[in-house]
Design a binder for this molecule. Sequence first.
Ligand SMILES: NC(=O)c1ccc[n+]([C@@H]2O[C@H](COP(=O)([O-])OP(=O)(O)OC[C@H]3O[C@@H](n4cnc5c(N)ncnc54)[C@H](OP(=O)(O)O)[C@@H]3O)[C@@H](O)[C@H]2O)c1
Length: 316
Amino acid sequence: MRAIVCQTPGGPEALSLRDIPTPEPGPGEVRVRVEAAGVNPIDWKTRSGLGAAKSFGGKPFVVGWDVAGVVDALGPDTDLDERGFAVGDPVLGMARFPSPDGAYAEYVTAPAGHFRARPADLSVVEAAALPLAGMTAWQSLVDVGHLEAGQRVLIHAAAGGVGHLAVQIAKALGAHVIGTASGAKHDLLRELGCDQVVDYRTERFEEVVEPVDLVYDLVGGETAVRSFDLVKPSGMLICLPTVAVGAAVAAAEERGVRASGAYVRAGGPGLSELLRLHADGKLRIRVAETFPLERAADAHRLGEQGHTTGKIVLTV
Ligand SMILES: NC(=O)c1ccc[n+]([C@@H]2O[C@H](COP(=O)([O-])OP(=O)(O)OC[C@H]3O[C@@H](n4cnc5c(N)ncnc54)[C@H](OP(=O)(O)O)[C@@H]3O)[C@@H](O)[C@H]2O)c1
């Protein structure tokens, strides 16, 4: 099969299109013929030797985890009876995160539980954009942040891949949602459900936002630290960029603010709930740009600029 392989960690040029053996599904696994693969910051962090690459032992690997495609084959002992899909059906999922042998390829294998049936009203490109970012947002807000109706949440980078889904999840939970982004994205943030929008380039959010129950920080560094004064005594801050979590949590402890990281879990909760929100018309997935598989390096170049609105997706 054709796949995008990272031979040695480095810049986008480390990615090359190669012919490699088609993977065979193991026990309990399915093989999916990939139609689209979502692009996430963890993909380029891993490509550059950070992120998940630290556990890959320096071996070449196929990049990516987000996938939408069609179930192509079953491994031994794979029982799809209760899965809601069968061989030949369209599915989406976050495949074997954070292990290597990923989704930027014509085929990917992963435990059947990492996939859900793809509803007909979700395009294959939208479906590939949803799992990792959506499950991250769901697991952070619901399982870590315990966000409830009537609470106030401040979401930093609210127009990005995780942020634009987090805004809609928070709104569906009944929260009062405040989002930060540059001014050109404010109309979108309001459409997604933000009750208040802040231009982080021209305003100091700590001067215009009233105290909140939860800060969902998708930026890290100074943005996390400047958010501490906004957290109510009973509230908390969740910091997402892994490299920023340690410093943010330590600084928060010094000030008596509750803070935590959050790490998306494959096979964890969220994907079914997100599909339900989509079916109810409460979740839309915004795709900024698509690239054909062979232009994965260009997709990384764009994403790494850090100003994507919604998601970038590769078509296979
Ligand atoms: N721990 C985990 O399990 C996990 C899972 C998923 C993601 N993450 C991490 O979470 C972070 C966000 O991921 P993502 O996929 O949402 O990234 P993304 O889509 O690349 O985020 C891009 C967005 O960030 C906004 N932005 C940049 N600087 C900002 C600032 N100072 N204030 C407010 N907004 C700003 C941009 O808006 P403008 O164009 O307006 O600047 C843009 O819309 C990444 O570091 C990622 O690695 C962690």
